[in-house]
Ligand binder design. Structure first.
Ligand code: ADP
Ligand code: MG
Length: 187
């Protein structure tokens, strides 16, 4: 005879992914969700890759200067090691992490945690970026945000690089990148 599992005894975690181009509001949205979790008295932790020190060595900071303290880590594995007591785990700039991040997020969710991941879905060549495709595949909830195209004012889904450097990873700001729509990306 099939015995129904007592699901009320199983901690339920899940994975939310916030994606989009540069300037689309991913960090703002991550901060908004984490502040609301804090208001609900939930134990929150935020991680970002050490490589991202554009505004601040520790905080996550949006282009609009909203910020929250975070823990910079070099490898995705460190997120698992440091999240034991957290109920909500936020991860910004997920595209810069190694592919192990996918399994780490799955494990955190299995432990009953709410995992909120923000990252660029595509690089400046419109190619899928780092572990983001797999994270989008395993996510329970996905939010795709858009910026404003700086050329025509339309809906921007792409991060256009103004710098001649062709490496996939080039940390930068408006000096190096522009949000552009599908048409203006090719101008
Ligand atoms: P992301 O993390 O996606 O790069 P942020 O959350 O850091 O984006 O910043 C979003 C903010 O960037 C917006 O609220 C706005 O103030 C600012 N911003 C600057 N350029 C643009 C643009 N082209 N389109 C939309 N927002 C922009
Ligand atoms: Mg951001």
């Amino acid at each position: 005879m099939f015995i129904e599992p007592n699901i009320s005894k199983i901690p339920v975690g899940w994975i939310e992914v916030i994606c989009g181009s540069m300037f689309s509001g991913k960090t703002e949205e991550l901060i908004r969700r984490l502040i609301r979790a804090k208001i609900a008295n939930q134990n929150t932790l935020i991680f970002k890759p050490s490589i991202d020190i554009r505004y601040n060595h520790t905080d996550i900071v949006s282009h609009d200067q909203k910020s929250l303290p975070s823990l910079p880590v070099n490898q995705a594995r460190q997120i698992l090691d440091q999240s034991q007591d957290a109920q909500v785990v936020g991860i910004d700039e997920a595209q810069f992490f190694d592919s192990e991040l996918v399994d780490i997020c799955e494990q955190l969710a299995l432990q009953g945690k709410r995992v909120i991941v923000a990252g660029l879905d595509m690089d400046f060549k419109k190619q899928p970026f780092g572990p983001m495709p797999q994270l989008l595949a395993i996510a329970d909830y996905i939010t795709k945000l858009h910026a404003v195209c700086v050329i025509c004012g339309g809906v921007a889904g792409y991060s256009y690089r103004q710098d001649p450097n062709k490496e996939q990873v080039l940390v930068g700001e408006k000096d190096k990148y522009q949000a552009r729509c599908r048409t203006c990306y090719h101008l």
